[in-house]
Design a protein around this ligand. Structure first.
Ligand code: DX5
Ligand code: ZN
Length: 231
C-alpha cells in the first residue's frame, strides 16, 4: 500500500479551542495538519496567519504543518511561515509573478515546496519546475471555503499528475483538497492521490465531546484507503 497520509484541514475545526482540536485529531491517527491561509483578495475569505502557526508549535504540535497559501502576492509571507514552524508551504501559480523564485524561496527557507492547482488551472505549470517541487496539490473545489462538493473531473487530473510524478522519478507527494469524504476517498486514492486533505469530512464528524472523538472517522478513512488498491 502507498504511504497514505491524512491531513485534516483545521479550517473546519473549533477555532476557540484550536490546540486541543489539533491534539485530538493527531491522537486519533491523522498525519499532517493542513493550514489554510486566505487573504480576502486571492480568495473571498479571510483566515489565519503565521502567528497561529507559531502558536500551534508553542502548544507542542510536532506533526508536519502543511501551509496552503491562498494569498497574493506570496513571497513576502513565505519567510514568516518558515520561522513560524511550517513544514510544507504550497501556493497557487496564479498568485506568484515568479513561480520558480517563490519555489526556491520556500526551499531556501528550509521548508518543502508545493504548487496548488485550481480546478481550471492546467498542470503545464509543472513543466519546468518539477525538480523544485515536493508536493503537488490538486484542488477538487474552488478555493475559499470548506464544505463544498468534490468536482469529479479532478479524478482524471489526478491520474495525469500521478503519471507525471512517476515518469519524473522525483519524490513528490500528490495531495487532494476539497470535498474528500469517507464515501469517495478510495476512488480518489485509486486515481493516484497519496495525501488527503479533509476539513468538514473530519471535523464535522466528531462522535462525542471526548478526546477520542475523531477515532471513528479516521478509522473509516483508513479502512477505505485499504480498499483503494483493489478498485
Ligand atoms: C478550501 C480549502 C480546504 C478546505 C477543505 O479552499 O483549501 O482545505 O478546508 O474543506 P472540505 O474538506 O470541507 O472540502
Ligand atoms: Zn486547503
Amino acid at each position: 500500500m502507498p504511504d497514505y497520509q491524512i491531513a485534516p484541514s483545521i479550517l473546519s475545526a473549533d477555532f476557540a479551542r484550536l490546540g486541543e482540536e489539533v491534539d485530538n485529531v493527531l491522537a486519533s491517527g491523522a498525519d499532517i495538519v493542513h493550514f489554510d491561509v486566505m487573504d480576502n483578495h486571492y480568495v473571498p475569505n479571510l483566515t489565519i496567519g503565521p502567528l497561529v502557526c507559531e502558536a500551534l508549535r508553542k502548544h507542542g504540535v510536532e506533526a508536519p504543518i502543511d501551509v496552503h497559501l491562498m494569498v497574493k502576492p506570496v513571497d513576502r509571507i513565505i519567510p514568516d511561515f518558515a520561522s513560524a514552524g511550517a513544514s510544507y508551504i504550497t501556493f497557487h501559480p496564479e498568485a506568484s509573478e515568479h513561480i520558480d523564485r517563490s519555489l526556491s524561496l520556500i526551499r531556501d527557507s528550509g521548508c518543502k515546496a508545493g504548487l496548488v492547482f485550481n480546478p481550471a488551472t492546467p498542470l503545464s505549470y509543472l513543466d519546468h519546475v518539477l525538480d523544485k517541487i515536493d508536493m503537488i496539490l490538486l484542488m477538487s473545489v474552488n478555493p475559499g471555503f470548506g464544505g463544498q462538493s468534490f468536482i469529479p473531473a479532478t479524478l482524471d487530473k489526478l491520474r495525469n499528475a500521478r503519471r507525471r510524478i512517476d515518469d519524473s522519478g522525483f519524490d513528490i507527494r500528490l495531495e487532494i483538497d476539497g470535498g474528500v469524504k469517507v464515501d469517495n476517498i478510495a476512488e480518489i486514492a485509486a486515481a493516484g492521490a497519496d495525501t488527503f486533505v479533509s476539513g468538514s469530512g473530519i471535523f464535522g464528524c466528531a462522535e462525542a465531546d471526548d478526546p477520542n472523538r475523531y477515532d471513528s472517522i479516521l478509522k473509516q478513512f483508513r479502512g477505505q484507503l485499504e480498499r483503494a488498491g483493489s478498485i
